[in-house]
Write a protein that binds this ligand. Structure first.
Ligand SMILES: Cc1ncc(C[n+]2csc(CCOP(=O)(O)OP(=O)(O)O)c2C)c(N)n1
Ligand SMILES: [Mg+2]
Length: 388
């Protein structure tokens, strides 16, 4: 239907104005929703798809395996420290090590990483000292800012909130002609936040060099994925926004690396975003404040234990003759020693100054805050926490 007043004031005479054109007849051919590719290279028995087997050197293979073992050692130690009352609330990553390592493996130092809270394995790979992460989880504000020269956002606890800013970083890269890209991760639960859909749309329209990794780990605390979404395939979400999307075995390090590599290449070539749905499983607690035994069956966890990302990688490395059982044990011990060294450094760090918690909200403290601070200081003094 032609509109009666077709002219935006800027339109030149005689030039066709888009809004005044009679739309072409409705094309009634059914829309073929792009089939979602599914990728697995290394299965749970440690068998590799020979056509897709990557060509890494033995040292590279041992290095990537060690990254996963280190993440698991950190995970276990943090849980122990929390149970001893020496660590704050902590979100374990047990079972998701391949997903997390694979999504940053192809990143360059200059690229950006915008993680959610269950991503310490990747943060370590990006250059965060483990004692720094311990400081963060223990609640010290100096633990949150990324180390110098690490292009990461601090991890996001407000679920899905960091995905739009990550797209903003990507759009900034395009604007400045930077040949870099951004990887952002979020969970199956976070995908229900409207901001995540907005982010996919913005990224698609502006061809932002962003890799979205939706970590589908079965649960959003006690909400199972079937109550989160009507389709178990989160990769389908990308199709609606015209974002190339793929469903990947998130417990398969090779598949995660390959999918991320292809996505980062596309991003660097100006071809815009990609959505990777990483199918994985949270084998441990949501956080140390959670007890999953009240909402999920042990049999479910046992089934996923067989799909453990480390186990299949060990089987693969052994079958290739890259490592033997004693190497596996030596790597585990070395990683645990690294974590203990970091823990000891963390224990030696100065405790926080409890008086400074009011100091960083405003450049100039409001009268109300000053009163609150005074009251708080009096209480600390009465309790003997401070001398004053
Ligand atoms: C905006 C917001 N709402 C609620 C919460 C409380 N919360 C913390 S984690 C979580 C579930 C997240 O699940 P998912 O995105 O699947 O990530 P996962 O924990 O499984 O890695 C919720 C609801 C929050 N942190 N932020
Ligand atoms: Mg989840």
């Amino acid at each position: 239907m032609a509109t009666e007043n077709p002219s935006p004031s800027t339109a030149n005479e005689g030039q066709e104005v888009a809004s005044s054109k009679t739309p072409s007849a409705m094309d009634t051919t059914p829309i073929q929703l792009g089939q979602i590719e599914v990728l697995q290279i290394l299965n749970e028995h440690g068998e590799v798809d020979e056509g897709l087997e990557p060509n890494y050197t033995n040292d590279e293979l041992i290095d990537m395996y060690t990254s996963m073992v280190r993440a698991r050692a950190f995970d276990k130690r943090m849980l122990t420290m929390q149970r001893q009352g020496r660590m704050g609330t902590f979100a374990p990553n047990l079972g998701q090590e391949a997903c997390i390592a694979g999504q940053v493996y192809p990143l360059l130092k200059e690229d950006w990483y915008a993680p959610s809270y269950r991503s310490f394995g990747a943060q370590i790979m990006r250059g965060w000292p483990m004692e720094h992460l311990m400081r963060l989880w223990a609640g010290f504000h100096d633990g949150f800012p990324p180390p110098q020269d690490v292009n990461d956002m601090p991890f996001s606890i407000v679920i899905g909130s960091h995905v739009l800013p990550a797209v903003g970083i990507g759009m900034g890269m395009t604007y400045k002609n930077d040949p870099n890209c951004v990887v952002v991760n979020y969970g199956d639960g976070a995908s229900s936040q409207g901001a995540v859909s907005e982010a996919l749309n913005f990224a698609a329209v502006y061809k932002a060099p962003v890799v979205f990794v939706c970590e589908n780990n079965g649960w959003a605390i006690s909400t199972p994925t079937e109550k989160q979404a009507s389709s178990e395939h989160f990769a389908k979400r990308g199709v609606a926004f015209d974002v190339p999307s793929i469903r990947v075995d998130g417990n398969d390090l090779f598949a995660m690396i390959k999918a991320t590599e292809e996505a980062t290449t596309r991003a660097r070539n100006g071809e815009g975003p990609t959505l990777i749905e990483a199918v994985t499983y949270r084998m441990s607690l949501h956080t140390t404040a959670d007890d999953p035994t009240v909402y999920r069956k042990d049999s479910e966890v046992e089934a996923w234990e067989k799909r453990c990302p480390l186990l299949r990688f060990e089987l693969y490395l052994k079958s290739k003759g890259v490592i033997e059982q004693h190497d596996i044990e030596a790597i585990a011990t070395a990683c645990d020693e690294e974590v203990i060294e970091a823990r000891d450094k963390f224990y030696e760090m100065d405790p926080a100054d409890p008086t400074e918690i009011f100091d960083f909200m405003h450049i100039e403290m409001t009268e109300e805050l000053k009163e609150q601070k005074d009251e708080y200081l009096k209480r600390l003094s009465n309790k003997g926490v401070t001398d004053e």
